[in-house]
Design a protein around this ligand. Structure first.
Ligand code: GCV
Length: 661
């Protein structure tokens, strides 16, 4: 197996490493599964990094690495303390998972080539839930998957391969502690995952994940009592339905070790839910919560609910408002073991959206922030787009909810309202491709999600640099260059695609490539309403009123076009092409300029990449080179299609005289 097939656990040989004496041997008296995995990882990494097989010492004093529980520490189950002298690293925690996380931290530092001697740190995750959502289907396809087919399923069966444990290792090493193993759209046979049909393999999968401290969640079909057992209905208040779920939960939790609970997409994009019976989301979620409560289970309920049967002529319904409208009034109505999972923005993972207005409104409800590492609308792992800077913007957003600690990061960590079941989830960007993520540079998003959900205070640059050293190269110049590409990639992507927060100018259904009117007359509610004079939807108090879903601190900024951040201008306002931006440029000129620039930026990034030949593993170099060629084609197409669209609508020529069609 090639090093890069282990992503950031590549452990690229470093025989010159100054602190390698620490890694000569290890000692532990602990014998939990997590601890055994930590020992295994020490052996594996040292062999790859330094070419030595560390021995298990029989005396603590002789060992290079010591793993031990210390109940006196305030690390919690997942935190750790690492103290490294000149000859010994002591990793301590009150919990087994903490020892595993601490071991990975030490090993990754060494793998990045950084000094560990003198290290004295105590770290705890800031978010209790750090979860991955697989959108893998049981037939082996992946919804919005851009890295090949699923490694979890094939032909309607769960697959257990070497990849299973390797994936669990990757998750744990990035600090991820939970995973929903199937697509939130539960269909085409995945409904049956909760029946005996898949039980044995499910147990094995759960055990492999559990050994690495990763709790397993299942996405369920809200109508399962009907689909599976032919009940006449799935009304959450019906006693037969309630009993069915209670028995189902007893059966599942009784059998499967390490089961965390269920993740549910209900009444969303055609999925069944409580609405069919005149019930609300709290009725639905609480019914399931009651069923899993005896086993300490959790129900994660998604807030991605909107009318996807809209008539484009209807200008009063605003999809952006739907999440808030469906859930804000239910605050305080959810059981303590229910968590609402809220996408970062109100529409759907666009390259630029405002933060979801539900953040800050739910003071009595557990909540998880959902982001998408899969680059559905951000280049589909063909174009490079490092998403950590975007996620950080969301986390750092001050909601103005009236509490001192009022950012999204504060809210989802539980600091603001004292919730304990909360955190972050990411839609995974993985698949069967040997490098896991299709585009090698997309590995930074998966790793970055893990690191950021562990500690939202980490910087985008610091994460990018760490990832580059681990997965690609420790060569300082190459690290700078790759980090530089990653850090500007989202801005570049934004420049050549839909401008100023307007979003959704993509090809329908597969969502790659430009199509300015691709969704304009469809039922999905994502309209920009461009005509020959103006573009955008007025979402201010004078328009759909979406801006008013925010607390006044933000509402007042968004409702006025003069104060609205320019990168969101067309999300909130309808403006003429001749509108002047703060730069003095007209809106239309801004569109032309950014689109020409975006393409040139891609050419620059490609040129830089080509200088890396011979300095990084050749296969990575070649693969990314190929992706840059495709990205160049894509960005040129975006540039031309978007510029032509605006030119044809407005008939306003480019001030710089560039050719438009
Ligand atoms: C899993 C978007 C995607 C769908 C996805 C949905 C969701 O609409 O295009 O593929 O379905 O979001 O998040 O549920």
């Amino acid at each position: 197996m090639k090093n890069w097939e282990q992503a950031w656990l590549a452990y690229q040989s470093n025989k010159e490493y100054g602190d390698k004496k620490i890694f000569r041997s290890y000692y532990t008296m602990e014998n939990s599964n997590c601890c055994r995995k930590a020992e295994e990882e020490i052996r594996r990494s040292c062999k790859a990094l330094f070419g030595t097989e560390p021995v298990k010492a029989s005396h603590r004093g002789d060992a290079g690495i010591v793993l031990e529980k210390n109940p006196a520490l305030e690390t919690g189950e997942e935190g750790y303390r690492i103290c490294v002298s000149d000859s010994q690293a002591v990793i301590q925690s009150t919990g087994d998972r903490g020892l595993l996380y601490g071991t990975f931290r030490l090993l990754l530092k060494a793998s990045a080539g950084e000094t560990v001697c003198g290290m004295d740190i105590m770290e705890k995750p800031k978010n209790p839930f750090r979860m991955l959502n697989m959108w893998d289907n049981i037939d082996g396809t992946i919804e919005r998957g851009y890295a090949g087919r699923s490694f979890l399923y094939e032909n309607g069966e769960i697959q257990i391969t070497d990849r299973t444990a390797d994936f669990a290792r990757l998750l744990a090493s990035a600090g991820i502690n939970a995973i929903a193993i199937n697509n939130v759209n539960v269909r085409d046979g995945a409904e049956w995952l909760i029946t005996q049909r898949h039980r044995e393999k499910l147990k094995v999968l759960a055990r492999i994940l559990g050994d690495y401290g990763v709790a397993m969640y299942l996405c369920i079909d809200f109508a399962a009592p009907m689909t599976i057992d032919g009940l006449p209905l799935s009304d959450p208040l019906d006693s037969r339905v309630r009993q069915w779920w209670k028995e189902k939960a007893g059966d599942l939790f009784g059998d499967i070790p390490n089961l965390g609970g269920f993740l549910v997409k209900a009444d969303s994009e055609g999925r069944p839910g409580p609405f069919a019976y005149g019930r609300n989301h709290a009725d639905g979620a609480n019914m399931l919560a009651e069923a899993v409560r005896p086993y300490g289970g959790t129900i994660i309920w998604r807030c991605f609910v909107y009318n996807c049967q809209q008539d484009w002529r209807d200008e009063t319904t605003d999809r952006a408002k739907a999440g808030y409208d469906n859930f804000a009034y239910l605050d305080g109505k959810f059981a303590e073991n229910v968590i609402l999972q809220i996408k970062n923005g109100p529409i759907d993972f666009q390259v630029r959206e405002p933060v979801h207005p539900l953040f800050g409104r739910l003071s009595e409800t557990n909540q998880i922030l959902e982001v998408q590492a899969a680059q559905e609308y951000t280049g589909q792992q063909i174009d490079v787009c490092y998403l950590v800077p975007m996620w950080k913007e969301v986390l750092d957003f001050s909601t103005g909810c009236g509490k001192e600690q009022d950012t999204v990061a504060d809210i989802i960590s539980g600091r603001t309202f004292g919730q304990v079941r909360c955190g972050m989830a990411a839609v995974s960007n993985t698949g069967k491709d040997p490098n896991w993520t299709g585009h090698d540079l997309a590995g930074a998003n998966l790793f970055g999600f893990g690191r950021l959900s562990w500690d939202p205070a980490l910087g985008s640059e610091e994460i990018a640099r760490e990832w580059t050293k681990l997965q690609i190269t420790r060569d300082p110049q190459a690290v700078e260059l790759i980090t530089g590409i990653l850090l500007r990639s989202r801005e570049v992507y934004e420049k050549y695609t839909a401008p100023l927060g307007i979003g959704f100018m993509v090809n329908p259904s597969y969502h790659y490539g430009p199509n300015p009117e691709g969704y304009e007359y469809s039922p999905w509610g994502t309209y920009h309403r461009a005509d020959h004079l103006a573009i955008g939807v007025d979402r201010s108090d004078a328009g759909t009123g979406y801006s008013e879903q925010y607390f006044e601190q933000n509402a007042s900024v968004y409702r006025n076009k003069e104060t609205c951040p320019e990168n969101l201008l067309l999300f909130f306002h309808r403006l003429p092409y001749t509108y002047r931006l703060s730069s003095g440029k007209t809106l239309i000129q801004h569109v032309y300029d950014t689109h020409f620039e975006g393409y040139e930026d891609v050419e620059d990034m490609e040129r830089e990449w080509l200088t890396l030949e011979g300095k990084i593993p050749q296969e990575i170099y070649e693969r990314v080179k190929e992706r840059f060629a495709l990205q160049k084609k894509n960005s040129r197409e975006w540039r031309d299609v978007i510029n032509s669209f605006f030119y044809r609508k407005s008939m306003i020529a480019d001030e710089k005289g560039r050719r438009l069609y």
